[in-house]
Each structure stands twice: as C-alpha cells, then as structure tokens.
Design a protein around this ligand. Structure first.
Ligand SMILES: C[S@@+](CC[C@H](N)C(=O)[O-])C[C@H]1O[C@@H](n2cnc3c(N)ncnc32)[C@H](O)[C@@H]1O
Length: 359
C-alpha cells in the first residue's frame, strides 16, 4: 500500500470545543420558530467567517473561540431585545427512520442540483477532475478510456459527464434521488456524448447491477452520507470486475472544520432546509457555493479516519490502495499535503481519496 506517513491525530482544542458547545446550547434554548432567521443569519456568518479566517496563516483556534463567543453573545442580546423576529410557515412533516433519512438526503441534494449553472456543471467538474488526477500522476484517459464505469451516488450527473468526456465507453450513474436523475438525463440530452450516459435509480446499499459487471467504480463524496459505510464498500467490491478499479472519495477526520460543521448543523437543526436554501438564493450566492454550504450545514456525515477506511477497503477485497494526496489549490487536502501553516489544525486529514484494485 502506497501512502504518505500518517498525520498526527486531528487536533481539536478544548477551548474551541467549549465555545462551540456554548453556541449550540444558546441555539437550543431558543426553540420557537421566530428565532430561525437569527439562527440562519448567525450560522451563515460563521460559515463565511471560516472561509476568510482559514485562509490566513494564523493559528485558527483563538479566532474560532473568539468568533463563537461573539456569536453566542450576539444571539443572547438579539433575542433579549426582540431583534429579527418574524414568522415562517412550519416545516413539512417528514417520514421517520431509514426512509426519512434517505428522503432527507436526496431531497436536499436534488433541490440544490437544479440551480447549477453550465459552467459549474460541465466545465468546472471536468477541469477540476483533470487537474486533481494529473497532480496525482494519473492520466484521466488511462483511468477511464474505453471503460464501463459506475458513478455510485451520481447526484446531478456532473461527474458522470466528465468521465464520459474523458473517454469512458459507458457511464452508469446510480442514485436514490429521482429529481437529480431526471436533471442528469436532461443534461445528457444536451451533449454529444450523452448516449454513453445511463442513469438508474437505486441504492448503494443494494446496487441494481450484476456481479463483476463494471471496470471501474467511481464514488465521489457519497459513502459518508449513507446509513452503512461498509455495506457500500462491499457492494462496490461485488459489482467491480476482478482487477478492476475503485476510486473512492470520503471525508476523513477534519480537525476544526469538522467541529465547525457539526456545531452549525446541530445549532440550526430546527431551521427548515428549504428556508435556509431560499435565504442563500436571495443573497445571490453562486450555485456551486450554495451546494457546498447546504452539503456542509444540512447533510448528515459519518466521519471516519483514514486508517479505518483503509482497513475497510482491505477487508472487502481491495488492495494496492493508493491515497491521492494532491488536489487543486482550494482543496483542503492540498493545503494539508503542502504543509501550509496550521492546515492540519484546520482540516485534520481532510478529504480522503483512494484508488484501489479489486483482488
Ligand atoms: C454530496 S452528493 C455527491 C453527488 C456526486 N457524486 C457529486 O460528486 O456531485 C451525495 C449524493 O449521494 C446520494 N446518496 C446518498 N445516499 C445514497 C444511497 N444510499 N444510495 C444512492 N445514492 C445515495 C444523494 O442522493 C446525493 O445525490
């Protein structure tokens, strides 16, 4: 297995955890829906704050403690003075249990896809994938050329399109969300390589494909959102041919960024997702960024460390596991790999991307 030396365990400072807990506590005290606007406003500002603060070469911990302390104080003062009070319709009732969980996750993404503009959908996905692979010394044409590829959890199909453009013979996109799939089919109808794209509705936990039927499984940012990480990997091992390839991207342990996301997600848990998304659209935020913010603040995450994911891949019949540690400049993993100041405290292990071979 080719891997870089393991980074130290992600550092989450106790003072940062305490400031985050205070903020969650104050949000929890304000249960009435008239507080939703204040919670949205504060959460968005904290998220935007990290984008600025994490770019600086400064120790992020004191900044994190300071901004969360101020956010907590702001909420206390604003609610005491009655600022920002408004009334909103109640959230739609959702199904509970596993079905409710899956409806929530694909509902969230489906609504986000439809706003994607062509430059983000077609060009950015293609260009970023090319650069990310090439920086890891992988030629996209070698990886995808003439292959039958499963895009496992394809969402809007934006990466399925990129893989077809890199020369895949056939790309089968599978996702739970009908709305995303129908958007993906509409997009495929607009491009010359659309006849090489097929979209199927199904779950990664029980893939609608025969054993050993694809040359390559591509799964980009999906498995950490499902209800059973290991079962997904087991399904990938079942459908890929012997000596076939898996590309897996999951989130590792994320240091302070993980604490930020978990905190904001908990604190805004009662604010309806549709309302928050509408708020971002009203602010005129770019479609790619809205997708990222909604993913960070509303999608459930299962955080697993690198060693755990590697062990799971090995248990499920994958070998020659290679971690792709390079990325484009905005990728958190690129910042950690380049050893930028405080990058590890900010992002821990960051994104885990692996290429592995089915034995
Ligand atoms: C963060 S999005 C990533 C989409 C796409 N891979 C991309 O990179 O643009 C996660 C996707 O996983 C899908 N998903 C979540 N759980 C799933 C499951 N059990 N089976 C199939 N798709 C699932 C969601 O519907 C959503 O489209």
């Amino acid at each position: 297995m080719e891997m870089n030396p393991a980074p130290r365990p992600p550092l989450v400072d106790p003072l940062a955890s305490e400031a985050a807990s205070d903020y969650v506590r104050v949000c929890g005290e304000f249960t009435d829906r008239m507080f939703w606007p204040l919670k949205m406003f504060t959460a968005l500002n904290l998220f935007l704050w990290h984008m600025d603060a994490f770019e600086r070469d400064e120790d992020p911990v004191p900044l994190f403690v300071d901004v969360f302390t101020r956010a907590t104080r702001f909420l206390r003062q604003a609610t005491a003075s009655g600022t920002g009070m408004a009334s909103f319709p109640p959230p739609a009732t959702a199904a509970s249990g596993a079905e409710g969980f899956e409806q929530r996750i694909f509902g969230l993404f489906s609504d986000v896809w439809v706003g994607l503009t062509d430059d983000v959908y077609f060009d950015q996905s293609y260009e970023f994938t090319r650069q990310r692979l090439e920086k890891n010394e992988i030629a996209p044409g070698d990886l995808f050329g003439s292959k039958v590829v499963l895009d496992a959890g394809c969402g809007s199909g934006k990466f399925s399109c990129a893989l077809a453009r890199f020369g895949a013979d056939r790309v089968i996109g599978v996702d739970l969300g009908q709305k995303g799939l129908s958007f993906a089919r509409d997009q495929a109808a607009r491009v010359s390589y659309g006849h090489r794209l097929d979209y199927l509705c199904g779950s990664l936990l029980d893939l609608p494909l025969p054993d050993a039927s694809v040359d390559l499984v591509w799964s980009n940012g999906v498995v950490h959102h499902t209800l059973d990480y290991e079962r997904c990997i087991g399904e990938f091992a079942r459908v890929v041919k012997p000596a076939g390839t898996l590309f897996l991207y999951v989130n590792g342990r994320f240091g302070l960024f993980e604490l930020l996301l978990d905190t904001l997600r908990t604190a805004t848990a009662d604010v309806p997702r549709e309302l928050f998304q509408h708020f971002l659209i009203l602010l005129g935020i770019n479609s790619g960024r809205i997708y990222w913010i909604m993913d960070c603040l509303y999608a459930p995450y299962e955080w697993k460390g690198r060693a755990e994911v590697v062990a799971m891949l090995e248990r499920n019949g994958f070998s020659e596991i290679r971690q792709l540690t390079r990325g484009v400049a905005i990728d958190q993993i690129e910042q950690v790999s380049a050893g930028l100041p405080h990058a590890e405290a900010k992002y821990g292990e960051a994104q885990l991307k692996f290429v592995a071979t089915r034995t």
